[in-house]
Design a protein around this ligand. Structure first.
Ligand code: SF4
Length: 205
């Protein structure tokens, strides 16, 4: 997938001098003002989970609950994600969850390209430090900013698209889309069965 990866995610030698732990990275962006989303946020929502996770989820951006609490995926969509993970026999504590942008877009709108481009280096470093083996892109925003603007979630969901920093990448619908349209439930369950199988074969290897 190298060709399709967003340039902001490519490694540079500057990274060698960057934050060396997730905690250092988190502290380094606690007062980030690289884009206009800084103006309306309550908290930078860094992401959370197992710092050595084999499986990482990347969503779009924080909503109202996430902004208030400073934690990702804690609202209704997050609770649904927790239930899907539980049905797969996976706990939230063993995975890592982050978003394309770390500050809440006003009214939960989709992050603009300049906002995503400003924030992607933070995510890139986060991925480098966690070194997941599987990355699940939740929804079209994560898909389009990390794989390519031409990528369509309806066409690519449930497929292994290649590798990003050594991790296999699969997109699926965002849990918020599932809440809006329960008709997507079967597709998401099929996708998560593939994710679960790949994850457990790594975990049990
Ligand atoms: S969204 Fe990202 S780049 Fe923009 S201010 Fe927040 S942390 Fe910084």
């Amino acid at each position: 997938m190298g060709k399709g990866i967003n340039k902001s995610l490519q490694l540079s030698f500057e990274d060698l001098a960057g934050p060396q732990t997730l905690e250092e990275l988190k502290n380094s962006i606690a007062d980030c003002r690289k884009c206009t989303l800084a103006g309306n946020r309550t908290n930078v929502v860094f992401g959370e989970g197992n710092p050595f996770a084999l499986l990482m989820f990347i969503g779009e951006g924080p909503g109202a609950d996430e902004d208030r609490l400073g934690r990702p995926f804690v609202g209704a969509a997050g609770q649904l994600l927790d239930r899907i993970l539980a049905a797969c026999g996976i706990t939230r504590e063993e995975v890592y969850i982050a978003n394309i942008v770390k500050c809440r877009p006003p009214g939960n709108r989709t992050p603009l390209r300049e906002e995503a481009e400003a924030c992607l280096p933070h995510l890139r470093r986060q991925i480098e430090l966690i070194k997941p083996r599987i990355i699940v892109l939740l929804g079209s925003t994560a898909l389009q900013y990390l794989v390519g603007s031409e990528a369509r979630i309806t066409k690519t969901r449930g497929q292994w698209l290649g590798h990003l920093f050594g991790a296999r990448v699969m997109p699926t619908y965002h849990p918020a889309a599932l809440l809006r349209d329960p008709g997507k439930k079967r597709s998401v369950w099929e996708d998560f069965q593939r994710i679960r199988d790949a994850y457990f074969s790594l975990k049990n290897a």
